[in-house]
Design a protein around this ligand. Structure first.
Ligand SMILES: Nc1nc2c(c(=O)[nH]1)N[C@H]1C(S)=C(S)[C@@H](COP(=O)(O)O)O[C@H]1N2
Ligand SMILES: [Mo]
Length: 368
């Protein structure tokens, strides 16, 4: 895993490597049947941790807000909890979701499609806190530093990412200390994390310890090497930012234990799933039962919040027993849609190709 995201799996076999397996067992996805929930139970929300979960003593912990500001601030968890609080449902997805569907596969967390979840996050708006500190003239970005340390791309680092000052001041950006009505659990960033609705998950820095206003663009590893759309390692690439539109379906019927192929009886079937985009609301979700040859519209519900996924559903009746490939495809208000086939980039980011589920429709239901 030493070379981080730039390696490739064994060219001949495509076998999963030990490093990928280790990441896959540490970082779990959301089982797709959990798409039934509006709000993902915390234990089913996906998890992505680059290094180790840091040990944080909440009594000793302080958030430092400094850099090019008129008044540096030091805040305890109590100070943050005493500030105005908001609770919002937010869909978060890892930029690497779908990575394992790219060919050749990039060596990193080998997500299939489960790196998503929607939680109700509680916290205090960042904008007001930045206002209290008062960014000095010439300030351009805000750097968010986590408490977790590791080595990536040969560089030892704390996990750090930045936002432009303008982006950091947006009203939906929160410093979150709660999720689904409880304090953040260790794995989701206790005691405090950044939450940037609409953006891929890497932006929402966990285990926040420092916020630094800077007058030069931040050039840390997670900003300028990782999370760029690059075709070759020499490329600078465009930064990965907001979530591309995606729809997923609850896999219908029952799975085969090992192949995960789905089996369902002939007859009426209610299909459902969720769809989201960081570029605006979802306007249409389409469904296909013939591998994408023909499409029909599904019913799409309103979201519970501006940054939460939307439920879609469709009554489907397979005409006769046989093999089918079910697909769903979402389009957002900005006109972005899901491609039929995965694209490719070096980091394995943002593969939002249509969701395909192979099913076998059987003549009658059976018991085993
Ligand atoms: N400090 C820190 N913040 C982090 C990460 C990390 O490894 N360290 N992972 C990021 C990535 S890549 C994602 S997708 C999200 C995942 O958040 P979750 O584990 O709460 O779902 O956290 C982001 N914030
Ligand atoms: Mo991620």
């Amino acid at each position: 895993m030493g070379s981080g995201m730039l390696g490739q799996p064994d060219a001949e076999t495509g076998d999963i490597t030990r490093g990928e397996l280790q990441l896959a067992t540490r970082n779990h996805g959301m089982p797709l049947e959990a798409l039934r929930h509006d709000i993902t139970p915390v234990g089913l929300h996906y998890l992505l941790i680059h290094y180790d979960i840091p040990a944080v003593d909440p009594a000793a912990w302080r958030l430092e807000l400094g850099g090019t500001v008129r008044r540096a601030l030091t805040l305890s968890l109590e100070d943050l909890r005493a500030r105005p609080a908001v609770t919002v449902p937010v869909t978060m997805e890892c930029a690497g979701n779908g990575r394992a569907g790219m060919s050749p596969r990039t060596l990193s967390q080998p997500w299939l499609l489960e790196a998503v979840g929607t939680a109700e996050w509680t916290g205090t708006p960042l904008a007001a806190l930045l206002e209290d500190a008062g960014p000095a003239d010439g300030s351009v970005e805000v750097v968010f530093t986590g408490d977790d340390r590791g080595i990536e791309g040969g560089t030892e680092q704390l996990y750090e990412r930045s936002l432009t000052l303008e982006q950091a001041r947006r009203s939906e950006v929160l410093l979150a200390y709660g999720v689904n009505g409880a304090p953040l659990p260790a794995q989701h960033g206790f005691p405090l994390r950044l939450l940037v609705p609409g953006w891929y998950g890497m932006t929402s820095v966990k285990w926040l310890r420092r916020i630094t206003v800077v007058d030069e663009p931040f050039t840390g590893y997670q900003q300028t090497r990782a999370y760029r759309y690059r075709q070759r390692s020499e490329d600078t690439g465009e930064p990965v930012t907001r979530m591309a539109p995606r729809s997923l379906m609850v896999p219908p019927g029952i799975p085969d234990f090992f192949s995960r192929r789905r089996y369902l009886p002939a007859g009426p079937c209610l299909l459902e799933g969720r769809a989201w985009s960081g570029w605006g609301p979802i306007t249409t979700v389409e469904f296909s039962d013939d591998a994408g040859a023909t499409w029909q519209p599904a019913a799409v519900e309103a979201a519970r919040g501006r940054h939460a996924w939307q439920r879609w559903s469709l009554r489907w009746q397979p005409a006769e027993p046989g093999e089918r490939q079910l697909c769903c495809r979402a389009t957002d208000a900005a006109g972005n849609t899901q491609p039929a086939e995965p694209g490719w980039n070096l980091g394995g980011y943002s593969n939002n190709a249509v969701h395909r589920v192979d099913v076998t429709v059987r003549a009658a239901s059976r018991r085993g």
